[in-house]
Design a protein around this ligand. Structure first.
Ligand code: IMP
Length: 214
């Protein structure tokens, strides 16, 4: 069985490949499809964005798809950046725009650190919503009802006052998971997958997927 991972984020893709490596499936990415279109993540919730991506890529490529929408929720910012996590630096209506000097991940990090300057409450969580969609036999209605396969995972922690570490991607250098005195970017890929929002969501999805395939 072939499964398309609907992401252009190479950091995410690496983590998915590692998490799915024991399944008897061929993992394809949007790069393998020479994909040229991007599905706009314009829905108000993670699950709606994940369903939208799964459906649009699955219907277009006629392949079973795993799609994820993930992000960082910071308590003191009322849950922001949330669904805006990837493009938080450009969100002028919340905290102003952050100029991109090196790359977007870095600009997102600088904006979070700026907004949390002198803030004592640094509690945050990563959220992952993952959806499996097979264009041959799952309808959007089934997914909406939780009948199609979807799962969620959370990783709780806090935001550091400066970035540490080179591993991972996105906000990893400023996120210190609960019980660790290192950031996510200072963990090995195996360590991160063990405790991450994505690891938890994907392991739950695999359990259900295996039942469906057996
Ligand atoms: P999306 O799910 O592709 O929309 O990505 C959401 C954004 O959330 C990413 O671009 C990252 O900025 C952030 N993000 C999601 N998962 C992680 C993670 O595991 N580590 C760090 N940042 C993440």
């Amino acid at each position: 069985m072939k499964i398309l991972i609907a992401t252009t984020n190479q950091g995410k893709l690496k983590e998915f490949k590692r998490l799915l490596k024991d399944l008897d499936i061929e993992v394809l990415s949007l790069k393998d499809m020479n994909n040229t279109f991007e599905v706009e993540e314009d829905r108000p919730t993670f699950i709606e964005n994940a369903i939208k991506k799964a459906k649009e890529y699955g219907d277009f490529y006629k392949l079973p798809v795993i799609a994820e929408d993930a992000g960082l929720e910071i308590e003191a910012l009322g849950g922001f950046p949330g669904v805006y996590s990837a493009r938080f630096f450009a969100l002028s209506t919340f905290g102003g725009e952050e100029p991109v000097q090196d790359n977007k991940d870095r600009a997102n990090i600088l904006k979070v650190l700026r907004l949390l300057e002198n803030q004592e409450n640094r509690k945050a969580r990563f959220v992952s919503n993952v959806v499996f969609y097979n264009p041959e036999n799952s309808t959007e209605e089934e997914i909406d009802k939780g009948f199609g396969l979807w799962s969620e995972g959370y990783c709780y922690g806090e935001i550091t006052t400066q970035p540490y570490g080179e591993e991972g991607f996105g906000y990893d250098p400023i996120f210190k998971p609960e019980g660790y005195d290192k950031t996510m970017a200072q963990l090995t890929p195996e360590e991160k997958n063990k405790i991450s929002h994505r690891g938890k969501a994907v392991r739950k999805l695999i359990k259900n997927l295996s039942k469906l395939l057996s």
